[in-house]
Design a protein around this ligand. Structure first.
Ligand SMILES: [Ca+2]
Ligand SMILES: [Ca+2]
Ligand SMILES: [Ca+2]
Length: 447
């Protein structure tokens, strides 16, 4: 919940009621109109103050509300926070309890999110965030559909590598179908469970915030046909299908069922990022995991360095030489695809990224290769119609005083083995241009 919106609503109501109570004709004829409006104004004002305090201290009020409900019920409702035994309270706290029908039987299970303290320090007040909000979070679904009388039984939402699901803020939903099967109570196709993590979000969750973590769970069909029997979690009731982490964002495509992951940290200076796309693998039980090691993600169908979020409008004027090299290779693509060739539609011309040379001077070697159609000079099979272009690595060297620099690119194209090429670039009339290919051993430019 975004408490900024709650605060705004309370402030607006307060002002509205205050205005109303000062108008003579409003609610005419109602006895004690003034008294009613004044009480409402005071309530709205209290709401404004409380939501303001919540905003200022970045505390989640829901644990307090739950605790109040627990005491008001004479402690007869189940409180997951109070159910933690004393010897665990230092290490564990309840972050949230979500009521949600996770298995399609019409009953809303309890999804309890626990924060773990790994440092061994004292846990903050039950459910309250620490100031940086970064605590490993795990989740457990408590269900009541087996046993006589019913047992409230925990089914953990275990990530494939038994790691925590995220740190900090999270969202759970089951709005998406990843696999189609008959795993529901009466043979229906249950949607999968998504847990999105937002480790760096402090206040609520502003609309449009990109999730950093995503773990997807498949609900296994209830194998215990005798509802009187005690439940077990072997095999796991909720099986993880994939766990993704990308500091630049993690996204699920509802049409293709592909998950794309953006990793930004390596190339943050030039707004480049590694974009990886993971597809469901039919070999490994219809998950995203590796067929031989189910604790690891399978190989992505695409993994390339790319402009992030988009290339600059004036690509030729970029101040980052590595972007020029990346754009040169992208400009040789034939048609748009999910790899670096997703930039094919931009209409870049390969020759524009090459140095022309001085009038009457020698033609730079890269331009000679272009003129003589020697695509091989760049490690390319041709200068156009390239397919499956993925860039594994870009290395850039410090710029020299004479406005030259080196960029090294490691890439694959048309599914051929990985190649590495190193280029000298020069700033000419405010534009970085590729001058010539260098020996791979060269690590500095001479004069
Ligand atoms: Ca249910
Ligand atoms: Ca159930
Ligand atoms: Ca499904």
């Amino acid at each position: 919940m975004d408490y900024r919106i709650v605060f705004l609503i309370f402030v607006l109501i307060t002002f509205f009621l205050y205005r109303m109570s000062s108008k003579k004709s409003f609610f005419a004829g109602i006895i004690n109109r003034q008294a009613i409006l004044s009480s409402l104004t005071v309530l709205a004002l209290i709401g404004s103050v409380i939501s303001f305090v919540v905003l200022m201290t970045n505390q989640d009020p829901k644990p307090l509300i739950r605790q109040a409900g627990y005491w008001l019920s004479f402690q007869e409702v189940v409180s997951y926070a109070d159910a933690i035994p004393p010897y665990l309270t230092d290490k564990l706290s309840v972050k949230d309890v979500v009521r949600m029908d996770t298995d399609g039987d019409g009953f809303r299970e309890w999804v309890v999110f626990y924060a773990f303290d790994q440092q061994g320090g004292k846990m903050p007040l039950q459910g309250f965030d620490q100031q940086d909000g970064k605590m490993p979070v795990r989740a457990v679904i408590y269900d009541n559909d087996l046993g006589n009388p019913p047992l409230i039984f925990p089914y953990p939402l275990q990530s494939p590598n038994n790691e925590y699901l995220t740190q900090g803020k999270f969202v759970i939903n089951n709005n998406e179908q990843v696999t189609s099967d008959k795993n529901g109570a009466d043979g229906t196709d249950l949607p999968e469970i998504f847990i999105w993590g937002y480790p760096d979000v402090q206040f609520g969750l502003p609309i449009g915030t990109k999730a950093v973590d995503l773990t997807i769970f498949h609900v296994e069909k209830q194998t215990n046909v005798n509802v009187w029997e005690a439940p077990t979690n072997n095999p796991p009731r909720y099986r993880s299908m994939g766990s993704f982490h990308g500091d630049g964002g993690t996204d699920f495509d509802a049409t293709t069922k592909e998950v794309s992951v953006i990793e930004q940290s390596e190339y943050i200076r030039s707004q480049l990022a590694r974009r990886s796309v993971y597809a469901l693998s039919s070999v490994n039980n219809g998950t995203y995991m590796d067929s031989t090691d189910p604790t690891k993600l399978g190989r992505p169908i695409v993994s390339t360095l790319d402009f992030y979020p988009d290339p600059p409008d004036e690509i030729l004027s970029t101040e980052f030489p590595e972007k020029i090299v990346l754009a040169f290779y992208a400009s040789t693509c034939g048609s748009t695809s999910k790899d670096l060739c997703n930039r094919a539609s931009l209409g870049w011309k390969a020759v524009d990224f090459l140095a022309k040379g001085q009038k009457d001077g020698p033609t730079p070697k890269a331009m000679v290769a272009w003129n003589e159609r020697q695509a091989d000079y760049f490690g390319l099979p041709a200068f156009s119609g390239i397919k499956n272009l993925s860039v594994e690595k870009l290395r850039f060297y410090t710029e020299q005083p004479d406005e030259t620099t080196i960029v090294e690119i490691t890439f694959t194209v048309n599914n051929s083995p990985t190649k590495t090429a190193k280029f000298k670039l020069q700033m000419i009339n405010g534009h970085w241009k590729i001058v010539e290919k260098l020996d791979l051993q060269v690590s500095a430019l001479g004069n």
